[in-house]
Design a protein around this ligand. Structure first.
Ligand SMILES: NC(=O)c1ccc[n+]([C@@H]2O[C@H](COP(=O)([O-])OP(=O)(O)OC[C@H]3O[C@@H](n4cnc5c(N)ncnc54)[C@H](OP(=O)(O)O)[C@@H]3O)[C@@H](O)[C@H]2O)c1
Length: 163
């Protein structure tokens, strides 16, 4: 998003793929290559490309679209639907993206760097099985782009999310 001033104000790394829906033991290294290529290396490549422009902004924000599936806290919480979902490459890629987020945040104090969980949302990613509308799913992303301050380094539309 280009603002009134110089540079780039907000970069949202949103692109993501689920990969094949197979059990962890049936997941192959090739599955990891595909999913990590988009979900982890994609944000790193795009961030590296746009970082010089972000640094020109007066209020630069870097937003990683992560997932509750990348959270140890959420996937181990029996009250969360994510704890009933099994995978390997996708959750691992989002957990890795969360670590990339915290490391960027520490090394780029001049930027606001956050990870957001859209929540389980009806999109092509899950063949529209998600429980939230797309509008609900974008709430946390929009907040990360526009709110005066983030509620946490990792949050969803309801507030902070445990790592
Ligand atoms: N839906 C959920 O329940 C949910 C929950 C938590 C997190 N998320 C995350 O939210 C983000 C958006 O997902 P979504 O639910 O909106 O899924 P989606 O409807 O499948 O959209 C995925 C988007 O990623 C783009 N994309 C995929 N591979 C790409 C590549 N190699 N290069 C460039 N763009 C690529 C797609 O572009 P094209 O349309 O051009 O293919 C599409 O715009 C993802 O990071 C996902 O992991 C989703």
């Amino acid at each position: 998003m280009a603002g009134a001033g110089a540079g780039l104000d907000v970069l949202v790394n949103n692109a993501g793929v689920s990969g094949r829906f197979v059990a962890p033991v049936d997941t192959t290294a090739a599955d990891f290559v595909e999913v990590f290529g988009v979900n982890l290396l994609g944000p790193v490549r795009v961030t590296n490309t746009f970082l010089p422009l972000l640094r020109e902004s007066a209020d630069p924000r870097l937003v990683m679209v992560s997932s509750g599936m990348g959270s140890f806290a959420v996937t181990l919480d029996p009250d969360r639907i994510e704890s009933t979902m099994h995978g390997l490459a996708y959750p691992s890629s989002k957990a890795a993206l969360n670590m990339v987020t915290t490391m960027y945040a520490k090394s780029l104090p001049e930027l606001s760097v956050v990870a957001v969980d859209p929540g389980y949302t009806a999109t092509d990613l899950n063949a529209r099985s998600g429980r939230q509308t797309v509008t609900e799913g974008t709430d946390a992303i929009v907040a990360a782009c526009t709110a005066a301050g983030a509620p946490a380094m990792f949050f969803d539309r309801f507030g902070p999310v445990g790592w």
